[in-house]
Design a protein around this ligand. Structure first.
Ligand code: SR1
Ligand code: MG
Length: 403
């Protein structure tokens, strides 16, 4: 397919000059989103209600399109970062990455991702199952609602996708080809910047509450923390263990009782397994610090959720562990230690970086400041304390009580 160069307006974005978009690409409207869904779903498609734009994320347009007695979602990548605007160009290839990652996850972890009906390359758009009976897991956690069964399923999903795309389980030649398809350099660069670089120094993209400026300054002055952040960035860049989700926070999981679905793998790339495991645990720990700061009784549910996530992961990873590899317990101990470090970095970046979490930002003062101080104390323990070798030890360092 031929392409044309589309240069976004403004200055100061990532990736320099512009983003290549296919001829005919245009941001979708309600009408064109419905037409695109029709082109994928075929003659059975008949619009049965109003199309709504429901995207509230940082990067994409998302439409709900009702047809017959069903609803689908049309998700389209924009050639710039939605949350910042056209001054930060961003590759459309992330839609392909997401569609392919969903397809791989669906094969490895059936039922744990939304069903994809089609990917329309020239519009960088995916037509997929609408999870109308689900809510975003983060939202449920903020509201203090425990949704049974889902944490263990997310752990199972991680084990299936991470082990299943690792050298433990894949043919080497196929795996190396897959690594190339998921190079995803632009989105990896965003994570390198927003997770491991900017939040550990006085970067313009940071968002730091006035009440915790002193705390941020103490992080920027902490050579051990900065050094660990730099080492993690190196591990993120160079370790090619498995196909990661790449942005596995609680906002990337939709939940209904007994049914977790992992969404939004546009940051997928081959990286360290501990990044996915640590991101998820770091987000549960952030939620715990928010609930603890506001005196909510929900902290016990978060301790349980973290333990269930780890058990779901460990049990399935142990099942898929290949015979003839006699170092399984060493693998788990090392993964726990490495996940602790990544969890800590996630907690720092969601406190001082560009993208915060609603768990803490929805709190009024003084609870918000208290939660942020607790989160940073836990992050220091996780990133620079002795590396934990058991899940209980990790979760205690994250501020929790192992159940
Ligand atoms: C500018 S994008 C900010 C964050 O949103 C995404 O969900 C990723 O977490 C990214 O770091
Ligand atoms: Mg996302």
């Amino acid at each position: 397919m031929s392409t044309t160069s589309f240069v976004t307006k403004g200055t100061g974005g990532r990736g320099g000059s512009g983003v290549v978009v296919p001829p005919g690409y245009a941001p979708l409207s309600s009408a064109t989103a419905a037409a695109l869904a029709a082109s994928v779903l075929g003659p059975s498609f008949e619009l049965s209600g109003p199309v709504e734009e429901i995207g509230d994320g940082n990067l994409n347009l998302v439409f709900r399109v009702p047809f017959g007695d069903r609803t689908v979602v049309v998700k389209q990548a924009l050639p710039y970062l939605r949350v910042v605007g056209e001054g930060w160009p961003l590759t459309l290839d992330r839609a392909r990455v997401e569609a392919e990652a969903l397809s791989i996850a669906s094969a490895l972890a059936p039922g744990r991702v939304p069903e994809v009906f089609g990917y329309v390359e020239d519009q960088a758009a995916i037509v997929m199952e609408c999870l109308s009976h689900h809510v975003v897991w983060r939202g449920a956690l903020v509201a203090g609602v425990r949704v049974g069964g889902v944490a263990e399923q997310v752990g199972w999903y991680c084990a299936r996708t991470l082990m299943g795309t690792s050298a433990f389980c894949m043919d080497d030649a196929r795996r190396r080809q897959m690594v190339a398809r998921f190079a995803n350099p632009e989105l990896c660069a965003i994570s390198e910047d927003l997770v491991f670089t900017a939040p550990f120094g006085p970067a313009a993209s940071n968002r730091i509450d006035g009440e915790v400026q002193d705390l941020a300054a103490s992080v920027f002055d902490d050579s051990a923390l900065r050094s660990e952040a730099a080492r993690l960035r190196w591990e993120f860049r160079t370790c090619c263990e498995a196909l990661l989700h790449g942005d596995l926070h609680t906002g990337s999981v939709m939940v209904a009782p007994g049914d977790a679905r992992v969404i939004d793998p546009e940051f997928a790339f081959f990286g360290p397994m501990a990044f996915d495991v640590g991101s998820l645990l770091g987000n549960l720990a952030l939620s715990r610090s928010a609930h603890a700061a506001s005196g909510s009784g929900f902290v016990g549910a978060l301790d349980e959720a973290a333990g269930e996530f780890w058990e779901g992961f460990r049990d399935e990873a142990a099942r898929s562990w290949p015979t003839g590899e006699p170092w399984r317990e060493q693998f788990f101990a090392s993964l726990i230690g490495r996940s602790a470090r990544f969890a800590g970095a996630e907690m720092v970046r969601r406190t001082f970086g560009l993208a915060h979490v609603a768990d803490i930002d929805s709190l009024g003062q003084p609870a918000r400041e208290k939660a942020q101080r607790a989160a940073i104390a836990s992050a220091r323990e996780l990133m620079t304390g002795p590396a934990p070798t058991s899940f209980g030890e990790l979760w205690t360092r994250a501020g929790g009580s192992a159940v």
